[in-house]
Design a protein around this ligand. Sequence first.
Ligand code: GLN
Length: 455
Amino acid sequence: RSCVEIVQESLDRIQALEPKLHSFLQVTNDRALEQAKQIDAKIAAGEEIGLLAGIPIAIKDNLCTQGVPTTCASKILQNFVPPYESTVTQKLIDAGAVMVGKTNLDEFAMGGSTETSAYAKTANPWDISRVPGGSSGGSAAAVAGGECPISLGSDTGGSIRQPASFCGIVGMKPTYGLVSRYGLVAFASSLDQIGPFARSVEDAAILLNAIAGYDPKDSTSLKVDVPDYTQFLTTDLKGKKVGVIKETFGEGLDPEVEKSVNAAIDQLKALGAEVKEISCPRFRYGIAAYYIIAPSEASANLARYDGVKYGARIEDAENLMEMYTKTRSQGFGAEVKRRIMIGTYALSAGYYDAYYLKAQKVRTLIKQDFEKAFEEVDVLVSPTAPTTAFKLGDKSQDPLSMYLIDLMTIPVNLAGLPGMSVPCGFDSQGLPIGLQIVGNVLREDQVFQVAYAYE
Ligand code: GLN
């Protein structure tokens, strides 16, 4: 089939499913078909084509795409059209991937259900009365619903892995710094990472190949050689040491999730892995530390939306201060305002030591738990999330219960480690369950190896 035909198929599927799923904030039909046409022309002319030539891909709408609106699902960026391309999307264009649209998310990626989007609520393709997870819910639903085979999300505290778990697909957060954040709208800069969603571990490895690597435009980008991740896709786990994170089991964990994850662990044993229990005692402080650090960084990052530089500006202000205030009051949703207030408070004079500094110290302790664990094992495993997908509206009025879903994913961001969620079964209602596999810094190879053998 030609690239145009492949892309058209994806666009047709999107058109058929969008009235129910709302994965996309915008479908880029014309641009996609034009790009596909150009690739077909290249093929006809015998020219070289990229690794992902003609493959339809969906992009989370917090990644800047030149000439294509980028809203972060916020009213404050309603009219923002970036004048430049993010590094990852440029790399995808260079590899021949064809963007079919920009996907829905929690506003500025703050949330765990995609319900804080100012524009739409995305449904879980397995049960449309349920959330797809979040914040990258649109990108996860698009792949799970077969609207496109791969997509990109961002993960600050679990926003790739948790929706991957809820939607029954593979989702990976790479090591902090492996993928350039240039052109990713910043939420919490010390935690944000971009990563792949796919239907298989192999596809995720191919997509990571395309986006990883040093970028001088991102000061936190790591100067490392990027291996071909597909070389680690082997099925033998003999001698591989797997640690089961003790603290992620027990109270609060859905028994059906526990059962599936335990079955997955048994399978790892059957594949030759040496499995043992590992304690990470400071894990349970992860959420508390995260909800100081992430809002603090967010409050600073979101100061730039003042009605002057980007997007929306209210018209009826009498003076500059009023313009700032009204634009921000009307432009940001409730969850974003909550984070800005928490962050501003935590960073204010007199409170810095009590909150921000303390949270950073806890972050170091959590990192040390991981360092100790990786002296003994190659990878760590846990459930990705304590439950399966919940009903739309179930948690949206209760921020704390929403924050708690990220219990198992947040520590991984705080330590900057690579983590992946792979499907590991279904609960009795037919909802997917995810197994989280975590590697040491830059040991994506180990994560891929275990994930691929298990899958
Ligand atoms: N759910 C977490 C939050 O609300 C994580 C979000 C993310 O990873 N972007 O902050």
